[in-house]
Design a protein around this ligand. Structure first.
Ligand code: WT7
Length: 651
């Protein structure tokens, strides 16, 4: 870290007395949680409306498979919708939709409730019932939220697949979950252009490759021409014919709510399973307290896509459970112009903004002249998520976007944790740029060494969660053994998150990033193994190794090393190997996985047991001197790689 960064990160930003006195989350939360953790969580859960109250808070007898609020019954969608209408808030705005081309739409809680009731009837009429899986592959449009809530309302299970994923990724996920219905759109708008979605669904389903799928509901968004199959149904036709009467049935607290696929250390993505009562409790609790929510007056905006966990917990469930008013924006930050986000904030008077460090860094790069052209004075709380935020970006975010007056909450959590786990409370914590600081009230964590002993202050260790929490994953869809192996085998009875961290002298946590073969590119999780397997699926490639190299904008970037098949060297060298293989990965997985660079090498560095030494490849990818090579089976390999690269054979 530079001296300047050191100076920045040692500064403290205590809350103003004005903010502290009106804050939603007060210091008493820490005391209550410490005094009796389970009754603290029971109190949080009781802020929801239960059709049947629970009597048992936690059943951990079958650890690590938790059951929270287990004998209680509720309906998740009712809690996000009808409850607010019945409390007299039906006219409050739930969604302020801003399409990328500039079209807009507004949904009050009443209107949203009616739309979800109709969609629930549409799904029931299509034969979907409790426990069935519904795949959702949509742009960031209101129908995405409506679909998720309608699935929840009938006790079915959604699996939202990010619209940037390829047909191949869609196919794997649909089949793993055995989804019987897919909800998609003709397309959406991205970077000023219509971008088709339905063709990927058609490709995924072609030739009977997804035998579980019975119907595809298609939202008309762009109006572009699309292919049509016997199982396709227009969303607007089905909605027009559906009744708007629908009574929300109560489901058990542990009714599965959704599966969300995320990358692990091996090739196949993991279907992370979340259930109803505990998940909604923690999503709502964190959303209220971390963002200091005042539902009557705030205009909240989380820029994440619903295809990621952030979009599940902090676009769909948390804000709606809390009766918040939020902006839903379809597009990218830079279309049709570089000030698009700031224009949205000015237009709607956004008060709370939740986004990712990668976005902040790219705005920093283009300079403050752009945000300075807009009135951002409505903002009062800023959030960050997805990767560590470097202190310089933190300070820029606070000064330039927040006008020097908004607290920043750096929130650490994961797809698996379901909701925020580590974060300051904006009215309580004295903020420290670059540190996510302390576990939220009710959450217990520890930084452990190899022997499961807490590390001494300042030393690095493994970031672990020592007690179960309400929104924890309940398993991996269809694979209980992998759940135990992936999260509970490193330390006995303790959840290991996959991240390294250190604790400073104040007891604040600094997340250091993944310690496994998972990369973090622009806050998105990618597995090295998944990209390697895509690469070796190309006829030119004999072997591949992928590393995450540090990148100024995206945090990490994918860099691939490949060995070509002898039989294809000539053909590959005649073509543009770098481009062809990068395109191939985009097509197989999605544009987010596209390598920044593909380097052709003649050997890969391996240990005597045949394990690829990614550490050395990372040295090459980051232009560093190559580290210790003594454990290599053949120590000359690295010389070969670096001399080849030095001679200009890069890409
Ligand atoms: C991984 C989880 C949870 C929403 C987005 C990503 C990294 C996340 C932070 C943060 C440092 C962070 C971790 C974590 N991460 N937030 N505030 N500071 N690192 O969810 O795709 O499940 O990825 O993102 O490495 O393990 P995800």
């Amino acid at each position: 870290m530079s001296n300047q960064a050191d100076a920045v990160s040692s500064r403290r930003y205590p809350p103003t007395s004005e903010f502290a006195s009106q804050a939603t989350g007060q210091a008493s939360l820490y005391e209550e949680a410490k005094a009796d953790r389970l009754s603290f969580w029971a109190d949080q859960a009781n802020q929801l409306e239960w059709h049947k109250p629970f009597t048992k808070t936690l059943d951990w007898s079958n650890a690590p498979f938790a059951q929270w609020f287990t004998d209680g019954e509720l309906n998740v969608a009712y809690n996000c919708l009808d409850r607010h209408v019945l409390a007299g808030n039906g006219d409050r705005i739930a969604l302020l939709f801003e399409g990328e081309p500039g079209d807009t739409d507004t949904y009050t809680y009443r209107v949203l409730t009616t739309a979800v009731k109709k969609a629930a009837n549409v799904m029931t009429d299509l034969g979907i019932s409790a426990g069935d899986r519904v795949a959702i592959y949509l742009p960031m449009i209101p129908e995405a939220i409506i679909s998720m809530l309608a699935v929840a309302r009938i006790g079915a299970i959604h699996s939202v697949i990010f619209g940037g994923f390829s047909a191949e990724a869609l196919h794997t996920r649909i089949n793993d979950a055995k989804a019987s219905l897919v909800i998609t759109a003709d397309g959406g708008y991205r970077k000023g252009k219509a971008s088709a979605l339905k063709p990927a669904v058609d490709d995924a389903l072609a030739g009977g490759h997804c035998p579980s799928v019975e119907n595809v509901l298609v939202v008309k968004r762009t109006g572009e021409a699309i292919g049509w199959n016997a199982h396709d149904i227009w969303w607007h036709d089905a909605m027009a014919a559906a009744s708007d009467e629908h009574t929300a049935e109560a489901f058990p607290a542990e009714q599965p709510l959704f599966i969300l696929y995320t990358s692990g250390t091996t090739g196949t993505p993991k279907g992370i399973l979340h259930t109803s009562g505990g998940y909604l409790t923690q999503a709502a609790y964190t959303h209220r307290n971390v963002f200091d929510l005042k539902p009557e007056t705030d205009v909240y905006w989380c820029t994440a896509d619903v295809g990621w966990i952030t979009g599940h917990s902090y676009v769909a469930y948390g804000p709606l459970a809390n009766g918040a008013t939020q902006v839903l924006y379809e597009g990218t930050p830079d279309a049709p112009h570089a000030g698009r986000w700031w224009e949205v904030i000015e237009k709607y008077g956004v008060t709370i903004l939740y986004t990712a460090p990668t976005a902040i860094r790219s705005f920093m790069k283009t300079g403050r002249e752009i945000p300075d052209q807009f009135n951002l004075s409505s903002l009062r709380v800023l959030g960050s998520v997805g990767e560590p935020i470097n202190p310089e970006a933190w300070v820029w975010y606070r000064d330039v976007i927040g006008g020097g007056k908004c607290p920043i909450v750096d929130t650490w959590w994961q797809t698996e944790t379901g909701a925020i786990m580590i974060s300051p409370l904006p009215g309580v914590t004295s903020l420290k740029p670059g540190s996510a600081q302390i576990p939220l009230p009710g959450i217990t964590m520890a930084v452990l060494d190899d022997d499961a002993k807490p590390v001494q202050d300042g030393a690095a260790g493994y970031l672990t969660i020592t007690e179960p929490w309400p929104s924890m994953l309940r398993g991996i869809w269809g694979n209980p053994d992998r759940y135990i192996e992936a999260y509970w085998s490193r330390f006995e009875g303790i959840y290991f998150a996959g991240d390294g961290a250190k604790l400073d002298e104040d007891g604040d946590l600094w997340v250091l990033g993944r310690v496994d073969d998972v990369m973090n590119v622009s806050g998105h999780r990618l597995s090295t193994a998944e990209i390697e397997s895509a690469l070796v699926g190309h006829p030119w490639v004999a072997e591949a190794a992928v590393v995450g190299a540090s990148d100024e904008l995206t945090g990490q970037a994918v860099v691939a090393f490949v060995i070509l098949r002898h039989s294809h060297v000539a053909e590959a060298e005649a073509g543009d190997v770098n481009k062809v293989l990068r395109d191939h990965v985009s097509k197989e997985i999605g544009a987010i996985a596209r390598p920044r660079q593909v380097m052709v090498v003649s050997e890969l560095p391996k240990t005597r047991s045949g394990k690829i030494m990614r550490r050395l490849l990372r040295d090459v990818a980051e232009n560093r001197e190559i580290g210790d090579v003594t454990t290599l089976a053949d120590s000359s390999v690295m010389n070969l790689i670096s001399s080849k690269l030095a001679s200009g054979a890069k890409d």
